[in-house]
Design a protein around this ligand. Structure first.
Ligand code: NDP
Ligand code: OXD
Length: 307
């Protein structure tokens, strides 16, 4: 069996070295090196060039380097029969919970405003912003951990998912019909959904019109969830107070994007939750051993649902 890693060089080397410590006799290639194509059984990938998987006749698993798999399913030539797995790790959920809590507190405590006052040498005290209700769109690995953390911080938390969840201290809504009620009294709406045909563009004018006036949006899922022009309109009209965005349709965000210079948008460069190489190596190893032993693969996604 050989493993192929299709990642930027630094991460690829790290993951390969960690894997080689555990399985020193295996062949582990970093794309574009592949060795003998028929030996490749696992491909670990992030934003591969479309069409490349067809050349591996014995490929048994495509493993996403991230929690999201939209980058894999975006390949029109993806071999349909090969299972796809995704990265799930406590470290990933914890970072996301911290990111969302940080974004909420930065807005509530006006930290970005104070940075500007500081630059101008102004002493301008304000009370923290009112508003304690948070709705999380997506109650999976990341959303449910974020809900737990915000609950511990005394926020009133609601969540929305495809199937109904039951989480302590979190009001759970499900399905399109309940989207409006899920968001309509939230002071903060947080998107932690996977990008699928059903969720693409979900952060749009209709949603913003259902939200409470002056609410704050946090998108740490995918750029394609957001209709940028609708957000800019909602900010201009005062429907939304501001937004914190970690993900963008094109990354890096192009220099001429109006998002960069918007005074009420806080931008971070897709760092809300970063895959750690040691946890990544453990996840690849777990599935390597499952393939070897003929036991079930971990963290498989449903290709019909796209997540
Ligand atoms: P999960 O698959 O564990 O959870 C997804 C959640 O979204 C589930 O609750 C699911 O509902 C819900 N959902 C899916 N489709 C719909 C729909 N049509 N309507 C309502 N709810 C829906 O994913 P994770 O929590 O692990 O990750 C979520 C996303 O976060 C990733 O796909 C990725 O895009 C993004 N991400 C971003 C990172 C960053 O650094 N910015 C880092 C890591 C991930 P149900 O429970 O019913 O299935
Ligand atoms: C992921 C990401 O999907 O980093 O893990 O966006």
């Amino acid at each position: 069996m050989a493993i192929l890693i299709i990642l930027p060089e630094k991460q690829a080397e790290e993951v390969r070295n960690l894997l080689l410590q555990k399985i020193p006799d295996e062949q582990i290639f970093i794309w574009p090196e592949i060795g003998a194509a028929e030996n490749i059984e696992i491909a670990v990938t992030w934003n591969h060039s479309h069409g490349i998987f067809g050349q591996f006749p014995n490929l048994k698993l495509i493993a996403s380097y991230g929690a999201g798999v939209d980058h894999i399913f975006a390949d029109p030539d993806l071999p349909k029969e090969i299972p796809v797995s995704r990265f799930v790790a406590d470290s990933l959920s914890r970072q996301m919970a911290d990111y969302v809590a940080g974004a909420i507190l930065a807005h509530r405590l006006r930290l970005v405003d104070y940075r500007e006052y500081q630059a101008a040498g102004h002493w301008t005290p304000h009370a923290p912003r009112a508003g304690n209700r948070v709705t999380i769109l997506g109650l999976g690995e990341l959303g449910s951990r974020t809900a737990e953390q915000l609950t511990r911080m005394d926020f009133e938390v609601s969540g929305w998912s495809r199937s109904r969840k039951s989480l302590d201290n979190c009001t759970c809504y499900a399905g399109r019909k309940e989207l409006g009620i899920a968001v309509n009294d939230a002071d903060y709406v947080v998107c932690l959904l996977p990008l699928t045909a059903e969720t693409r563009g979900i952060l749009n004018r209709n949603l913003f019109n259902m939200m409470k006036e002056g609410a704050y949006l946090i998108n740490a899922a995918r750029g394609d969830h957001l209709v940028v022009d609708d957000l800019l309109d909602a900010l201009y009209q005062g429907r939304l107070a501001g937004a914190c965005l970690d993900v963008f349709e094109i990354e890096p965000l192009p220099g001429d994007s109006p998002l960069w210079r918007h005074p009420r948008i806080l931008i971070t460069p897709h760092i809300a939750s970063i895959s750690r190489s040691d946890d990544m190596a453990d996840y690849i190893l777990e599935n390597y051993q499952a393939l070897r032993g003929g036991t079930p693969l971990a963290n498989l996604v449903d290709s019909a649902l796209g997540y």
